[in-house]
Design a protein around this ligand. Structure first.
Ligand code: C2E
Ligand code: MG
Ligand code: MG
Length: 758
């Protein structure tokens, strides 16, 4: 640290900057002085240099001289300060060629290609070989006697100029890579809302993050005004109401710059904020960044505009996709869901019920004497009538409910969470009140009347079509009885098969009754094809329902807090199991074990002391334990999470980022997380061979992870072709059905014996 301390004493600038590990993408914009490192063992030279360069300015900025008195000290400073622009380097110091060695170290080991180097020696006879000058990209070589103040000035300015050029080339290249990765990632988004969130996320990354961002749009081609432009997405710190107008939610000056950007199609830049507009066929949208992105230099502005142009095309594509998807499941006339889409929803509701949710009610409604309406008002009038009824229905739907048009004048409503006959009938009456208010169609008043048939979804194994035809037949019955009434198909609603309540109480007993099991899925080294470790995955051996997979109960367990004791059990049991293997199986002594951790365990429940306790109670080495956490867990409160992760890491345990790519895909944040391993989500692995964009994203994820020194695990490989592609991409480990499904401990042990461990 001596070198750093010595430097700090010299520095006139805010020293905190030295610790900023981000390479400075655009020095001119950052308004920082140029950092020049003077390396010389002669104090006199330092003094003279300071004097000679005291008033030098380039590009509006002065110099900040850092000093090192030996090559060793210089190495320390260079390692911790990537923003040094120029080294004035004495050749002869500790040894005759200490300076040359340092130059080689800078280029070859430190890998810093940008910093400029001017060599200086005491005597003219010590000139280095030409080859050295070429190989180590030395800018200038002068004997100290030759270097008058004027010459030094000229050499320094020309070096700074070339440093600046190198930097801007570098940041364009990095920026373009980011854009490529970001756009292909974005193009996988299938809904406007996902796409928009993605655009904001990626733009934040491009400008090196901003404190807040929002996007707004003018959906139809009307005039651009503060009351016509609406906010469609906002990210912290904006707790903005989506769909609200900018006029109602933003301050006057902010509105003005958004409107200017949209009207002129010109980006608006201010010191720490900017507005970029996207011109698309279907949408005119703007993204606004407020507060705290650093001032953008010309390179960054340029990149941002390239990105915006790329994204604009994406908007139309996603919009079209969403529209097609919407049309496929919606009825044209009424904008209600189509029959086929309702059938899917009924199946889904039945599944939810089987997995412990409450039953749902299906109500089929048909307008009494619709034929008369058609006859009196004509088909056009009949259509208007249906469209109006659909509007009323949609306006009245509660969240989670679905309304569909079955054909003709028959509508249906699927209402989840209805578990008694009384509730179903009450719901039918509500629909009747909403729909049967007088309607005015082509100047005539119509008083609608409806017949309703209701059936329950769930309970038994009836298929959706059967439930639908039961409800339909019941509606017919209501109609035959004179119409204007409701009939029930099921005399008794289905009992909750395993309702949430009983699920919760069953689960809390499961721990004590010893019904929880861990299965182990091998994680195999790509190179050796041997088992390197396992992931512990929980199962619930339910007395009636058999082996229950985690996806059906983890969310319940998380929402009730039961996850804390359950997670503690998982951790202890997994540690016990792996330490048992370590002790008994010679081929298993290096096996690691991955354990999943949920958000609820993580924050406020002192995971650190729980892990400590497990390490104390079990003879397992800390580095054999890997906690798997997800991005969403970190992103809930990044600062807090990073602190907690660091504390965990201090215990010596390893950390994996699980399901990477499904959540925030925060490529740009990744370097801030203290993470050892990246687990790339199965969705990437299964798509990468068929979707070129996915492969591109995989490549960027892998190269980034490698650069950050992380180990890469790919999840969900099912074919040999995938394994080969993953090996090619440089994944270190693979976890997937191709090697084995998660299996009980005895079978896992057999796998270890069979495959042998690395
Ligand atoms: P995960 O942590 O991402 O675990 C990997 C999941 O992918 C496992 O599902 C595994 O069976 C599945 N998988 C692995 N390879 C393949 C493959 O080649 N093809 C396919 N189709 N699937 C594959 P599983 O065991 O059902 O676990 C699901 C999730 O439940 C886990 O995802 C994890 O998030 C959660 N979970 C499991 N055990 C625990 C636990 O003890 N605590 C917590 N908090 N969550 C757990
Ligand atoms: Mg996992
Ligand atoms: Mg995973």
């Amino acid at each position: 640290m001596d070198g750093r301390d010595a430097t700090a004493a010299e520095a006139t600038d805010d020293e905190l900057l030295l610790f900023d590990d981000q390479p400075r993408a655009d020095v001119t914009a950052a308004a920082q002085p140029w950092r020049v490192l003077v390396v010389d063992d002669d104090d006199q030279v330092h003094l003279v240099t300071r004097f000679a360069l005291a008033d030098v300015r380039y590009g509006g900025q002065g110099l900040l001289l850092l000093q090192a008195r030996s090559a060793a000290q210089a190495r320390e400073i260079l390692s911790s300060d990537p923003a040094i622009a120029l080294i004035l380097l004495d050749v002869v110091m500790e040894t005759d060629d200490a300076g040359l060695k340092l130059a080689r170290w800078v280029r070859e080991e430190l890998g810093n290609r940008n910093v400029r180097i001017i060599l200086r020696t005491g005597q003219p006879g010590q000139a280095p070989e030409r080859q050295v000058i070429l190989d180590y990209d030395i800018n200038d070589y002068k004997s100290k006697a030759e270097l008058t103040a004027q010459r030094l000035f000229t050499a320094v300015i020309s070096s700074l100029r070339s440093y600046e050029q190198l930097l801007s080339i570098d940041s364009s290249r990095i920026g373009l890579e980011k854009i490529l990765a970001a756009t292909s990632w974005l193009y996988e988004k299938r809904s406007i809302s996902q796409f928009v969130e993605g655009v904001i996320l990626q733009i934040r990354a491009l400008v090196g993050d901003a404190e807040g961002a929002l996007m707004c749009t003018l959906a139809d081609r009307g005039d651009v005004h503060s009351h016509s432009v609406r906010i469609i997405a906002g990210q912290a710190p904006f707790a903005l109401e989506k769909g609200g107008t900018i006029g109602a939610q933003l301050s006057g000056p902010v509105c003005d710059s958004i409107l200017t950007a949209m009207r002129t199609q010109q980006p608006q830049y201010e010191a720490d904020r900017c507005v970029i507009s996207f011109q698309t066929r279907e949408y005119v949208a703007s993204a606004v960044y407020l507060y705290g992105h650093k001032t953008l230099g010309p390179v960054e502005r340029n990149l941002l505009e390239v990105f915006a142009a790329n994204v604009a095309a994406g908007f139309d594509k996603v919009y079209l996709f969403e529209k097609l998807a919407h049309d496929a499941v919606h009825d044209r006339l009424t904008n209600l869901r189509s029959r086929a889409s309702l059938v899917d929803a009924i199946d889904e509701a039945a599944r939810t019920h089987r997995e412990g949710g409450s039953p749902a009610a299906l109500l089929v409604l048909d307008f009494d004497r619709f034929r008369d309406i058609n006859d009196d008002l004509g088909y056009g009038g009949g259509d208007q009538f249906l469209a109006l009824m659909a509007q009323r229905l949609l306006a009245d739907l509660s969240p989670g409910e679905i309304a569909a048009r079955l054909g003709g004048d028959a509508f249906a409503v699927l209402a989840p969470g209805i578990s008694t006959q009384q509730a179903a009938l009450a719901h039918a009456e509500r629909l009747r009140r909403v729909l049967c208010a007088p309607a005015h169609i082509t100047g005539r008043e119509v008083i609608p009347s409806i017949s309703i048939g209701a059936a329950f979804v769930g309970g038994d194994m009836r298929r959706a079509e059967e439930v639908l035809s039961d409800a339909d037949a019941t509606m017919d019955k209501a109609k035959r009885l004179g119409g204007g009434r409701t009939a029930m198909f099921d005399p008794v609603p289905p009992r909750p098969s395993l309702g949430r309540l009983s699920l919760v109480s069953d689960l809390s007993r499961a721990i004590h009754r010893n019904e929880l099991r861990l299965h182990y899925q091998p994680i195999v080294s790509t190179k050796t094809r041997r088992v390197a470790g396992f992931e512990a995955l929980i199962r619930w051996q339910h007395p009636e329902r058999g082996l229950v997979p985690p996806n059906t109960f983890i969310s319940v367990v998380e929402s009730t807090g039961l996850i804390v004791p359950m997670g503690e059990w998982v951790l202890a049991e997994a540690a016990r199991q792996v330490s048992d293997w370590h002790q008994r199986l010679p081929e298993a002594k290096d096996l690691f074990i991955g354990v999943n951790v949920s958000a609820r365990q993580f924050v406020g429940n002192d995971l650190v002391s729980r892990v400590k306790r497990v390490l104390a109670d079990t003879p397992v080495a800390a580095h054999h334990l890997k906690l798997e956490i997800t991005e969403s867990l970190i992103m809930e409160d990044p600062a807090l999470a990073i602190e907690e992760l660091k504390r965990l890491r201090e215990l010596g345990i390893k950390l994996s980022l699980d399901d990477f790519g499904t959540g925030y895909s925060s490529l740009s944040y990744l370097h801030q997380f203290p993470i050892d391993t990246l687990k790339i989500d199965r969705s990437f692995v299964s798509a990468m061979l068929t979707r070129r964009e996915t492969m591109v994203v995989m490549q960027s994820i892998c190269s980034l992870a490698r650069n950050l020194g992380m180990t890469i695990v790919a999840e969900g490989a099912e074919t040999e072709a995938e394994v080969e592609a993953l090996a090619e991409l440089g994944c270190d480990f693979i976890q997937g059905f191709i090697f084995s499904r998660p299996v009980p401990a005895e079978e896992a042990e057999a796998l270890v014996r069979a495959m042998a461990v690395t």
